[in-house]
Design a protein around this ligand. Structure first.
Ligand code: NDP
Length: 363
């Protein structure tokens, strides 16, 4: 049974009587409306709230092979900033005046699909809408009894898998090696550091506040952490803390922080280029030191990766991550913000370091 939510504007408008007519028409047609958030304009530099627009739209009728979903929570992720540019990349750009989309968990309210029934919880890429009608393709049913639901968006979801694949398959850590992680207190970084500890490595995190430094060391078992916002010479701080050099660099941020780490690399070190958040809002072409001589003379392996290209490794990653979470060897935290209307604010917050662990918006 469709729970009908009617388009109701302000009470002032209703007093005019115009919307009562609309309302009666909607009731007669059994039409359903929803709120959505569209990309109003492509951000120039740091995204602003004005780049997003709230709308109320009518949902189409449910057809065969489709589901009516009510999102429970959305993941907001730094890569979405790239999709706001009108540029070719590994993933399609968002269209202006169309809803933003992101990874989300949702309840099936009504189903015309053989794959899912009403009451199921599904994971998928969903438009930023309070209710949505969507094809049953590309959705995954999740078991809400096994673990906190939000873990499907975080430690046992895309960001946890990214941490596992970047570290285990690209950097291939050995016990006793020194691993440096930037963006260390974020969704990916927290997991990278803990997996590296499980592998017997020494782990140094780079992050943006004293609170995060403390958490990394005291809660998540990092050996050391550096606050890049209060450290004048990050390269010297790394040289002091890692006096035997850096064997593995898990790069979540790029920019000056990565330049500082790269100047401390050991021979035969490995770099996984996972993210470049320090550059996502750049309006100029970023420039930095030429790193090729270091890569050459120190035989450094540097590899960029996007997790979607490693689907065949997902089952292995999920198996290990699930085991470590259940054994209590990987701990996790999430920054959960409540309210559908908070999606743009939460997204922008990623670029101000407002999250610890995974940034999630509960709808
Ligand atoms: P986070 O949870 O780490 O959130 C972003 C964090 O980045 C902020 O909290 C902030 O922490 C830090 N940050 C923001 N701006 C800057 C800046 N200018 N310089 C340095 N640090 C900054 O995000 P995720 O863990 O989800 O993602 C981490 C990185 O990995 C991102 O770059 C993302 O794009 C990438 N990624 C790549 C994937 C892949 O397949 N390759 C998959 C998933 C993520 P702080 O307080 O420390 O500044």
């Amino acid at each position: 049974m469709i729970r009908t939510k009617f388009l109701v504007e302000t009470s002032d408008n209703l007093c005019l009587g115009v919307n009562w007519v609309k309302l009666i028409i909607l009731i007669l047609k059994n039409k359903m409306n929803t709120n959505q958030i569209v990309l109003a304009s492509r951000p120039k530099g740091m995204p602003q709230l004005a780049d997003f627009r709230f709308e109320n739209v009518e949902l189409p009728k449910l057809k065969a092979g489709e589901l009516l979903l009510k999102p429970l929570c959305f993941s907001v992720d730094p890569y979405m900033r790239g999709r706001m540019n009108d540029a070719k990349s590994y993933i399609q750009a968002f269209k202006t005046d169309k809803p933003i989309e992101g990874s989300a968990l949702a309840t099936v309210m009504e189903s015309k699909s053989d794959l899912f029934k009403s009451g199921d919880i599904v994971l998928g890429m969903l438009p930023w809408r309070e209710s949505t009608i969507i094809s049953d393709k590309g959705l995954q049913k999740v078991d809400a009894t096994q673990q906190p639901l939000s873990y499907y968006l975080s430690v046992l979801g895309m960001t946890g898998i990214t941490a596992y694949i970047g570290l285990m398959h690209i950097c291939k850590p050995l016990a006793g090696e020194t691993v440096v992680v930037s963006g260390a207190a974020g969704a990916v970084g927290i997991v990278v550091g803990q997996i590296a500890k499980i592998q017997g490595c020494r782990v140094v995190g780079i992050t943006g506040s004293e609170e995060k430094v403390k958490l990394l060391v005291e809660k998540f078992g990092f050996d050391e952490a550096i606050n890049y916002k209060t450290t004048k010479y990050v390269n010297k701080a790394i040289a002091t803390i890692c006096n035997d050099g850096v064997d593995i660099y898990f790069d979540n941020v790029g920019g000056n922080i990565s330049d500082a780490v790269i100047s401390n690399l050991n021979v035969q070190s490995r770099i996984a280029v996972c993210g470049q958040i320090a550059l996502y809002n750049s309006t100029d072409i970023p420039v930095g030191p030429r790193i090729q001589p270091t890569l050459l003379t120190k035989n450094v392996m540097m590899q960029g990766f996007t997790v979607g290209n490693y689907k065949s490794e997902f089952p292995e990653a999920i198996e290990h991550l699930t085991q470590w979470v259940h054994e209590g060897r990987i701990d996790f935290t999430e920054s959960i913000i409540s309210g559908f209307d908070q999606l743009p604010t939460a997204f922008i917050g990623l670029f101000n370091g407002e999250n610890i662990g995974k940034m999630i918006v509960k709808v």
